[in-house]
Design a protein around this ligand. Structure first.
Ligand SMILES: [Zn+2]
Ligand SMILES: [Zn+2]
Length: 638
């Protein structure tokens, strides 16, 4: 019998009979009790454990501790949930059932409306299916066969999906009497998915398009261990309390209106945070040698043809007409930056040239996916383009990695994940350009010694990229920063610089954003801190609470002195009890309260209460101002 060599991700190699299944490899690798392995990554592609190995491969096992493993686990759970729903509602038509960042959902088209009271019977049925430990069986069918199969089952949404698949063959997964169109992979059997919880049901347009029918989307989550499920549910409860849309109402930060769906309206309190963040980022960039520009929001269509956005990004763009000519509202700032570069000749001495722009962009999102500040149609990108020579490229990427670290730490994000995305199917530029660009990113990451995950074929259409995912205080990951290397745009726009040899050369362009969307970054930050902003960002930094009416005059004096120092301070001189005022200031999450009465007036002091810490005692007014100024300057996190 022929042998195949399997190289494991720890570098160890082992030989097996050709045609061995991944499950057999698992059993041989972990004799006796083995960790719950759900699937495996074979040569960079996730596969079912029933897959047979016919040639030499590299192999990495996936458990629910791997993000990819957990996605497979959750997606498998979505099949089981759909199967259980179909038991009670055989007439329910299946939409899609993907894993999402914190669980899974399945969409159903059903006349009867489902609600949370239906969950317990569905969960009980799920338990039965899990106990039966039905194997998930993958079958590959011709498109015609698949169409016939789902036609017989009257699943018209599945027919629509099959018709849109460009391949000749499609795969389906069967367990028990349930069958679903699915790329896979899946866990080996239903018994793997022990602890289930259905969470909510909501309306969602089929394929996110408001012209399509509304489906009923059931959200759920599952874990192999009960403890993990409990911890997850506890975090969900906490996340609900911290929902940035809810906190925005309570703290009066921003709002949305039907007159502009997906376009945020910033209120005065929100603007304070917004400006404090952009001013801070601007100051850091200036220190790092950036120069700020501002380019127009509306630019003619010809430019977007030249940049490739027309061919690759048109569906997400808005258009308008001026004097009978077609214009587009910019979805990205790059072409504007390119025109600024081209506005004068450059020498190698100008490079690297770092042009930053807080650029207002508009991108079309389907109305069904809009979500507070997380998914909007208008936002400001903290964008920059670094124009440099090929030789400078790697060092510039390293500088960007350092810069991103510096800024994230200021906001208290200590943990982040880095992902490298390579050339997508829809892209511009030559193979050689892509190779060079991907290599530069990989070298820079390796020189910095940071670990990263690779996402094949998920780069931008003009170049590969590194994405940053920050972890918030609830353990959730959010994609924010990005570094993208681009050889194509300089080519398309014919960018040049004169080298030390006196000849014309082509610069490289590095696109980068650190916060990503300022709006979304603020949304994430609101939930990260639960609305309790650090002093430097707090809309009101200090509130003065006179004990009674006769202390109003002293409160006013204190207010003037503090306000003169540029500190955001207010006085609460309503005739309420001071205890009531303290509770209200706490609800507004104001970092410092200064209580003033006879004693404070005589001593020229304030009695200070600090958010979370409570009473910190009587302090000379001058000392108090120094203390908070120092805290603001150092951007202390608490
Ligand atoms: Zn599936
Ligand atoms: Zn760009």
């Amino acid at each position: 019998m022929n042998k195949v060599t399997v190289t494991f991700n720890d570098g160890k190699q082992k030989s097996f009979d050709q045609g061995v299944t991944l499950l057999e490899i698992v059993k041989e690798t972990y004799p006796g009790t083995y960790p719950q392995i759900l699937a495996a990554v074979v040569d960079n592609q996730a596969m079912d454990l029933s897959t047979t190995i016919e040639r030499d491969v590299t192999l990495r096992f996936l458990t629910s501790n791997d993000p990819e493993g957990l996605q497979i686990f959750w997606h498998s759970a979505s099949h089981i949930m759909a199967q259980a729903v179909k038991v009670f509602y055989p007439e329910a038509l299946l939409g899609i059932g993907p894993a999402i960042s914190n669980g899974f959902y399945y969409d159903f088209s059903l006349e009867e409306s489902l609600n949370e009271n239906d969950f317990s019977k569905i969960e009980a049925k799920i338990k039965e299916i899990v106990n039966e430990n039905q194997p998930f069986v993958r079958r590959v069918l011709s498109k015609d066969k698949a169409l016939a199969l789902f036609k017989e089952r009257k699943e018209r949404f599945k027919l629509e999906l099959i018709q849109d698949i460009p391949d000749e063959e499609v795969s389906v997964y069967e367990n028990g009497n349930f069958v679903d169109l699915c790329r896979g992979p899946h866990v080996p059997s239903t018994g793997y998915i022990k602890h289930f919880k259905l969470l909510s049901v909501a309306g969602a347009y089929w394929r996110g398009d408001e012209r399509n029918p509304v489906m009923q989307r059931i959200y759920g989550v599952a874990f192999p261990e009960e403890k993990a499920l409990e911890e997850h549910l506890r975090r969900l409860e906490e996340a609900k309390k911290r929902d940035h849309r809810r906190l925005a109402r309570e703290l009066d930060l921003f709002s949305f209106h039907p007159e502009g769906p997906g376009f945020p309206f910033w209120h005065p309190n929100g603007m304070v945070i917004y400006n404090a963040i952009t001013e801070y980022v601007g100051a850091v960039l200036a220190k790092h040698g950036y120069q700020e520009i501002k380019t127009p929001i509306i630019l003619n269509v010809e430019l977007w043809h030249r940049s490739g956005h027309w061919d690759n990004y048109k569906e997400n763009m808005y258009f308008t007409t001026i004097d009978n000519d077609s214009y587009a509202i910019k979805p990205m700032n790059c072409p504007g930056g390119l025109l600024v570069y081209k506005s004068r000749p450059h020498s190698y001495r100008d490079l690297p040239l770092k042009l930053s722009e807080m650029g207002l962009v508009h991108r079309h999102e389907k109305s069904g996916v809009l979500h507070g500040l997380f998914r909007v149609r208008q936002f400001t990108q903290d964008d920059a383009h670094v124009f440099c020579t090929t030789e400078q490229m790697e060092d510039e990427i390293i500088k960007l990695i350092n810069l991103i670290n510096e800024i994230y730490h200021t906001f208290g994000y200590e943990h982040f994940q880095i992902e490298l995305s390579t050339r997508p199917a829809k892209s511009i530029g030559t193979d050689e350009m892509w190779e060079k660009a991907e290599e530069a990113l990989i070298h820079a990451l390796e020189r910095k010694g940071v670990s990263y995950q690779t996402n094949p074929r998920e780069g931008a259409f003009y170049g590969p990229k590194i994405d940053y995912h920050i972890q918030d205080s609830l353990g959730r990951m959010w994609q924010c920063g990005t570094i993208q290397v681009d050889f194509s745009m300089p080519e398309r726009f014919n960018l040049e610089y004169i080298g030390s040899d006196g000849e014309k050369h082509r610069p490289v362009m590095i696109h980068r954003a650190i916060l990503g969307s300022v709006e979304r970054f603020i949304g994430i930050l609101i939930e990260h801190v639960g609305g309790a902003f650090p002093l430097w960002l707090a809309p009101t930094q200090c509130i003065i609470l006179p004990i009674s009416e006769k202390h109003h005059k002293y409160a006013e004096e204190v207010f003037k002195i503090i306000a003169e120092e540029g500190i955001r301070v207010v006085v609460d001189d309503r005739s309420e009890k001071v205890g009531y005022k303290i509770r209200e200031a706490e609800a507004k999450k104001i970092p410092y309260m200064c209580i003033v009465g006879d004693k404070e007036k005589n001593n020229q002091t304030v009695s200070v209460r600090k958010r979370k810490e409570g009473d910190i005692g009587e302090i000379y007014l001058k000392k108090f101002i120094e203390k908070i100024q120092d805290e603001i300057k150092r951007r202390v996190i608490y």
